[in-house]
Write a protein that binds this ligand. Structure first.
Ligand code: CDP
Ligand code: MG
Length: 754
């Protein structure tokens, strides 16, 4: 890799060290997939390597003639979209040709599975068809999405097609944001939102039909909903369920609901030529940038879609592309390239840009996470560059928590990515990995989330639905028993479950909050410690993306701005301080700009805060404040995060008290900035980049750990104490398991007697 251009090199440097830490993850996960990336190859080779051809595109030439003709004329679909009204565009979608047939099958069955290529119109059209034929006369049509971005953008599109305000006839609901009204008959929502609705209304009375969209994603909430909706279907004759899926798993879904019909929407796809890298790619950010530039300069018109794993990489890629374009522009006249990032944390107005038409023939280059795999369809893509990686949430036993980790995608996902190039015409997919990696090392399909993440929230939810024996719940793919027990153990540690695994008073209250169990616990401890006002603000600030604005060209200035808010002992209290100052400056936007704060983030925090406040009101929990005595606030934080505690080891270096792994103060932390290194801290999260960084840390007193987390800690100085703790911890865990086991036996005996 050529090392010119200071920023670029630094950026790529960071990427490389990320690659190293990635390999550590694979070792950790005990996976042999780590070899895929390898390190034997320089990025310069990619251009040459990708000339190797391995065509595996699916061919279907049955596109309608007009459409093909319009493509021959070389118009992009962007122009197509411009020249047709929305109503006309609707009629071009593959689903339109089988509308009547589909509606007949729906009429005749209570549950069906609908399978169709991405972009065939499942998400945007199905709900409208159901509305058009009258299913919304009594009840509403709900459509679940695993992703927030998809729920929002699809609702917006459908409201445009139906010529209604968003939030009127068509609306959406995501966590902390409900854009629906009394007129709403088509409601898009995240699967998590529907799952929470089952708490209040177990029969989902207000819904006439639920479309479970993108079921193939197998998100945690979707998987739990499967079991719950199966019961609703049995109880309510007037209720219908439609499960949609890209291609995979359809039979499995059908079997789960008792061999229900599978309806196929005929595809309209073009062949996609797939080109592999000859040797593993060392740095896929650099590789993707080079490939995109090569396409842009030498290939025929058509937009480019690059798959990266997350925000950091997307930003680095966009930055590098921009830089290359500027270098090019200084030399000769270069064709225009519109570089567009898309990831879930990107503000909605910027997200919407990917759907807009590029002006005067510029080529679009969209750099996306796996959100563009199935949830969002952008027309006009002719070139796909696939890094072969994606971020997934995995429970990491060493850390005892979930972490987003970069993993090779599955073959099914890779094929799905390639398919994105064949929506508008014959396309090309450049895979930045070898064919052998694809064939031998990638998993055939992704592992469902329920089998790889912490189930704390799910356990809490199912317990409150009175599903006492979780091991008996009707899961399509049951999670490993170990995971369930682990999550129960964590809830027990937090005081949400009692010794026999039933919800405690505090557990029942925790269910009410759409928050991760520790955050809910923090809030409820605020009640006990008389500082719920302060804790409420902190919880809200932790529920939105970082509010600190750090533009690349004003790093020092913005860092200095952030430091002014620092509270020596705590990043949590620093967040509280920011919010309090914003409040006393009348929630002003210009004040935020002056202080390098994202006004949108703060506004969102304010909204979240007011919604949580509503829940507190319904629970009749009064708002108490501790004034300026913020020590009790730290105590509340400690009570919920003592499982994430760390002990000082060296300068800025800590080790996790329970698991012994290293944890570092992040350079942006208030503790780091003020050079204050307390002996003990608790932290919100561990982020894994080049090092294990503690995100949001707070100094705590060791006595608090002993007091609030007696199952883990006690005040004792001998060297053996750690070992004793471990022993005690294990005994306690086994004791709970045994108790639950014996309880189960008693139940079984009772059952037998009956
Ligand atoms: O769900 P499925 O993948 O089958 O397709 P869809 O999301 O309903 O998309 C159907 C068509 O609507 C595609 O051609 C999209 O490009 C278009 N669409 C759009 O233009 N803007 C959106 N926000 C969503 C979809
Ligand atoms: Mg869809």
């Amino acid at each position: 890799i050529s090392r010119k251009g200071s920023n670029l090199v630094r950026e790529i440097h960071e990427k490389q060290s990320m690659n190293k830490s990635r390999q550590r993850f694979w070792e950790l996960a005990g996976s042999n997939l780590g070899n895929i990336l390898g390190v034997e190859k320089t990025a310069d080779q990619i251009d040459a390597d990708t000339a190797e051809v391995g065509d595996q595109g699916e061919i279907d030439f049955k596109q309608d003639a007009k459409f093909a003709q319009h493509l021959k004329k070389g118009e992009g679909v962007s122009d197509f979209a411009k020249s047709k009204t929305l109503a006309q565009q609707r009629q071009y979608l593959p689903i339109f040709s089988i509308r009547e047939e589909l509606l007949r099958v729906i009429r005749e069955n209570q549950v069906i599975v609908v399978v169709g290529e991405t972009g065939s119109g499942k998400t945007t059209q199905l709900t409208q068809y159901l509305h058009e034929v009258g299913y919304t006369n009594n009840g509403i049509v709900g459509c679940t999405q695993p992703r927030r971005v998809a729920a929002m953008s699809v609702a917006k599109r459908v409201s445009e097609e139906m010529e209604t305000e968003l939030g009127d006839k068509v609306g959406y609901a995501i966590r902390f944001e409900d854009v629906t009204g009394s007129n709403t008959v088509i409601k898009y929502m995240t699967d998590g939102v529907l799952l929470r609705e089952t708490l209040k209304d177990s029969d989902l009375e207000k819904y006439r039909i639920i479309v479970m969209d993108e079921a193939h994603e197998r998100s945690l909430s979707t998987d739990v909903l499967f079991g719950i909706l199966k019961k609703v279907v049995a109880r309510r004759r007037d209720f219908k369920l439609i499960v949609t899926s890209a291609t995979l798993n359809a039979q499995k879904f059908s079997d789960f609901f008792g061999s229900v019909p599978i309806f196929h929407i005929p595809g309209r796809t073009f062949p996609v030529q797939t080109l592999y890298s000859k040797t593993p790619c060392e740095d896929y950010v650099e590789g993707a940038v080079k490939q995109a530039m090569a396409i842009h300069i030498t290939s025929a018109p058509g937009d480019i879609l690059i798959f990266m794993t997350g925000q950091d990489e997307i930003e680095a890629t966009c930055y590098a592309l921009q830089e290359r374009m500027e270098q090019l522009a200084s030399k000769k006249e270069a064709p225009k390239l519109l570089i567009l990032p898309i990831y879930s944390q990107l503000p909605a107005d910027l997200q919407a840009k990917i759907f807009e038409n590029a002006e005067d023939g510029a080529r679009k280059c969209i750099v996306a996470t796996n959100i563009a795999e199935t949830s969002l369809t952008v027309d006009g893509i002719f070139y796909v560059i696939d890094t072969g990686y994606g971020k997934i949430k995995v429970y990491n036993p060493r850390m005892g928590m979930d972490a987003l980790q970069v993993f090779p995608v599955s073959r099914a996902a890779a094929d799905q990515r390639a398919g994105r190039a064949g929506r508008t015409g014959p396309g090309t997919c450049y895979r930045l990995y070898t064919e052998s990696a694809y064939l031998n090392e990638m998993l055939p399909s992704p592992v469902p989330e329920i089998q790889r993440t912490n189930l704390g929230n799910v356990v809490l939810l199912l317990k409150s639905l009175k599903i006492d024996n979780l091991l008996d719940f009707d899961f399509m793919d049951p999670p490993p028993q170990e995971n369930i027990l682990n999550s129960m153990y964590q809830l027990w540690v937090l005081g949400a479950l009692n010794n026999v695994g039933d919800l405690t008073d505090i557990g029942w209250k925790m269910v009410e909050f759409p928050l991760d169990p520790p955050l809910a616990k923090m809030l409820l401890m605020g009640e006990q410690l008389g500082c719920i006002d302060e804790v409420l603000t902190i919880v809200s600030m932790l529920s939105v993306p970082s509010v600190f604005f750090r533009p690349k060209d004003r790093v020092e200035e913005s860092d200095a701005g952030r430091e002014k808010f620092f509270v020596q002992e705590s990043d949590h209290l620093t967040l509280l301080n920011v919010y309090k100052q914003w409040t006393s400056n009348n929630y002003r936007g210009d004040w935020c700009n002056d202080h390098f704060l994202h006004v949108k983030g703060l506004r969102k925090a304010r909204e979240v805060r007011s919604q949580l406040l509503d829940i507190l009101k319904t629970l009749k929990i009064p708002l108490t404040s501790c004034g300026l005595d913020w020590d009790v606030v730290r105590m509340a934080i400690c009570s919920a995060y003592f499982h994430n505690s760390a002990r000082l080891k060296g300068v800025g270096e800590y080790v996790n008290c329970r698991k012994g792994m290293p944890c570092h103060l992040h350079p942006s932390s208030a503790l780091y900035g003020l050079g204050y290194t307390p002996d003990y801290v608790v932290y919100h999260d561990l982020i894994l980049t080049a090092k294990e960084y503690m995100q949001c840390a707070t100094a705590v007193e060791p006595q608090w750990l002993a007091e609030l987390g007696p199952m883990f800690f006690s005040v004792k100085d001998s060297d053996t104490s750690m070992i004793e703790h471990k022993k005690k911890q294990k005994q306690e865990k086994t004791a709970m398991e045994e108790e639950m086991e014996s309880l189960r036996k008693v139940e079984e005996d009772k059952e037998r007697e009956r």
